[in-house]
Design a protein around this ligand. Structure first.
Ligand code: ATP
Ligand code: CA
Ligand code: CA
Length: 469
């Protein structure tokens, strides 16, 4: 979920494109990966590498099934993002996107005409983007990178690569590779795409009846009185991170982004094989990665190593990071961005053990108290919000676990407020409340987005006041 894919067979219009994308990624990424890591320079942010593929092949590129050109943008920057900031294992990354792995195409979920492809292991998404989005990402790449560096727990989309395929007739297709927010091993029982806008932001009940797992919108959330059930600490951390991220998006001048929220109820469990039954897939038969670069001394195959890593990552004993947070001030006095001045320094608070991710609490031990800010700037092995089986476990006010796991992140962040959006703002504003429509200027958008997300957390007052009369 939402993996209802279309079969991409050799006769499919996108088969060649998919093959070219994957072949290009494989060669470009392993080229960069084969070099010794070095610190980034300013030039790395504007660097681009060109590859030319054809049936014959040359010393730079092996022979491919089709003729095409491939461009890899800022490879060193994305390599650093992947390895140092998003803790991706290089071998996993390549294996997930190429080799024996399979990609499925999602029937275009957005209105924008972008295509989404999921890697077989469901960890990565390839999204085709418009030229304007591509140019925008390149323009802000350094700021994005800086934000990610100083915000290791950011909820913004994790971009792992930016590439372009050019077909012989000159058609150019730009795409990014990013994280799939939804987990491979858990069903998402409900999902919401939330913007803080309420005009037309609804999936009609009739449509939901047809497809109960359709991604819902703001009005569906508000009208069913949903609440993000998070205890005081998680709430404070999430609020603070959302504040930082939405300020960043405001400064970048973008809008139209969403908080994607997926819900998994433990009690409802997983319908085994849901995915493999509905998934019709395509095997690009990209030649396997050359063993020379990935095989280890003891002769284990890269696949075996990757599998072990995946197993290890999902081993419950590895989720046992213990984090001690000071008890938050009561919500009424809690103010973002800074803890309210009336709040005594955190070491005056009774310590409350707060275990992130691990089910057994027995191994939690008190360490020094730190502030919200420190928690969010400190690099930890795992992202705070993705620690509980890849998501964020709901908790009550006493930090007892509740039944739901949330999977959340901020997506679709590459839309600057330019000509088209301004026109849309004008026209939609004639018919409806100019402040409640989706296209509004970036500062207003960020404000509304942040206030809405605060409102829908427990104790936040609900999202109803965002509706128009
Ligand atoms: P539009 O501009 O019309 O909103 P788009 O083509 O830009 O559409 P997105 O808004 O990025 O598409 O995504 C559309 C849907 O795809 C989301 O609502 C969500 O269901 C799914 N999706 C997008 N990104 C992710 C992600 N990183 N993880 C999981 N699902 C995602
Ligand atoms: Ca969107
Ligand atoms: Ca979009």
């Amino acid at each position: 979920y939402p993996l209802v894919g279309n079969l991409i067979g050799e006769d499919h219009a996108n088969y060649v494109l998919m093959y070219n994308m994957l072949t290009g990624i494989r060669i470009a990424v392993s080229r960069c990966q084969a070099k010794i890591k070095r610190p980034l320079t300013d030039q790395d942010f504007t660097a681009r590498h060109k590859y030319s593929f054809d049936i014959v092949g040359n010393e730079l590129t092996p022979s491919a099934r089709y003729d095409f050109k491939f461009k890899d943008y800022a490879p060193w920057v994305f390599r650093e993002l992947r390895e140092d900031h998003f803790s991706l294992d290089p071998a996993d990354y390549l294996l997930s996107l190429t080799s024996k792995y399979i990609l499925s195409e999602l029937t275009s979920p957005g209105k924008s005409g972008s295509f989404f492809y999921f890697s077989r292991d469901y960890r990565f998404i390839i999204k085709t983007i418009r030229h304007a989005e591509h140019k925008f990402l390149l323009r802000v790449l350094q700021r994005y990178w800086e934000h990610v560096k100083s915000n290791p727990h950011t909820l913004l989309s994790r971009f792992y690569g930016l590439h372009r395929v050019k077909l012989p007739r000159g058609q150019k297709i730009h795409f990014v590779i990013m994280n799939n927010l939804f987990p491979p091993h858990k069903d998402i029982h409900e999902a919401y795409d939330l913007k803080g806008s309420t005009i037309g932001r609804v999936v009609p009940p009739a449509k939901l009846e047809q497809n109960p797992r359709a991604v819902q919108k703001d009005l569906n959330w508000i009208d069913s009185d949903k609440v993000l059930e998070l205890g005081p600490e998680k709430r404070a951390l999430l609020t603070e991170q959302l504040r930082r991220d939405s300020e960043m998006l405001r400064d970048l001048g973008v809008m139209d982004y969403s908080l994607l929220v997926g819900l998994h109820w433990g009690a409802r469990g997983n319908r085994e094989n849901v995915r493999s039954n509905t998934l019709r897939v395509f095997e690009p038969s990209v030649p396997p990665i050359r063993r020379k670069t990935t095989q280890t001394k003891d002769g284990r195959s890269p696949e075996a190593i990757a599998m072990r890593r995946i197993m290890r990552a999902s081993d419950p004993h590895h989720l046992g990071t213990t984090l001690d947070l000071p008890a938050s001030p009561p919500l009424s006095t809690y103010s973002v961005p800074q803890p309210s001045p009336s709040t005594p320094p955190s070491h005056h608070h009774p310590m409350r053990a707060y275990t992130v991710g691990a089910r057994p609490r027995s191994n939690s031990k008190a360490t020094t108290a730190t502030t919200l800010q420190t928690h969010l700037t400190q690099d930890r092995e795992r992202v705070l919000f993705y620690q509980d089986e890849g998501g964020l476990q709901a908790t009550d006010e006493g930090n007892e676990e509740m039944e739901v796991i949330y999977y959340l992140g901020i997506i679709d962040i590459l839309t600057p407020y330019g000509g088209l959006k301004k026109v849309e703002h004008f026209w939609k504003g004639l018919k409806a409340d100019r402040h409640k429509i989706s296209p509004v200027p970036p500062a207003e958008y960020a404000d509304r987005f942040f206030s809405f997300m605060k409102a829908i957390m427990r104790g936040g007052g609900g999202g109803a006041r965002f509706k128009s009369e």
